[in-house]
Design a protein around this ligand. Sequence first.
Ligand code: PLP
Ligand code: SF4
Length: 314
Amino acid sequence: MQAAIRDPGELLRRLQLPPDLACSTAAKTFPVFAPLEYIARIVPGDRTDPLLLQVLPLPAETQSTEGFSADPLAEQDYTLAPGLLKKYAGRALLVTTGACAIHCRYCFRREFPYQQSGPPAWDESLARIAADSTIEEVLLSGGDPLTLTDPVLARLVQRLAEIPHVRRLRVHTRLPIVIPQRVNAEFLGWLTGSRLTPIVVVHANHPQEIDDPTAAALKRLRQAGVMLLNQTVLLRGVNDQAEPLIELSRRLIDAGTTPYYLHQLDRVRGTAHFETPPEVGQQLIAAMRAALPGYATPRFVQELPGEPNKTVLA
Ligand SMILES: *Cc1c(COP(=O)(O)O)cnc(C)c1O
Ligand code: SF4
């Protein structure tokens, strides 16, 4: 992560593209952060590369669009404690950190109040989880929880395992995709070393992201006995075609990872240019079903405030 590219000009220079493609205003709102391991999978000279478009700040981000806001999911309404969200039955989501190993331009947490997250806020969150015996699954999210160190995470999991009604530990992370070396022995140790059932949800959007080191990292997780799922965000110009989505599912399955969700974009400020109409996702799911085994087609879902579960669109 220390070696990651933070300067849009440098990113474009490395990819043999003109430096004026990047929008400096957009980069000020949400800085560029692209690790070398991810940049290595971008095709040089191609300004439409689907991985480049996930990390490159564009002028379109600065346009304001009706219906796109800072907190489209009304997440502040579901806050049990600073950084602890309980939106759905049985599950609580702990925002462990604001840091990520990549800055995805479409991110729905671009404007999350992260100052309330991190180890100092965990005491209150753990007390709230302990006080609510309906919580049987705790999701570590962020940001990306795997940007924290393994000793810090191991201690957190140990404390969660001490709460009798917590049964499952779910980690939502993009790090195994972005920097696959992060799937190390220490991580596998705390993930599988407690009494909690371990589930990992990774986040890959395009088959080009699943190169050999990434597939190997996913297989290490599977071999450790972890239930391994993937979620994808449907993004205009990145993966809104049947072919890449079908190939993504194939590569995930071959690496032991089940396609879980295809998400309709959350309407967060600055991301309107990535949005596709819901019908596009529905048609893509139909094309995937026609081409793939039943287990390899994800559910197409949308996050709507006030619903008891994510809304299944296909
Ligand atoms: C998506 C989400 C979950 C998990 O939902 P699943 O459908 O079980 O994957 C839990 N909490 C919050 C706040 C979420 O946004
Ligand atoms: S890794 Fe996840 S939380 Fe972080 S910027 Fe990307 S989408 Fe957002």
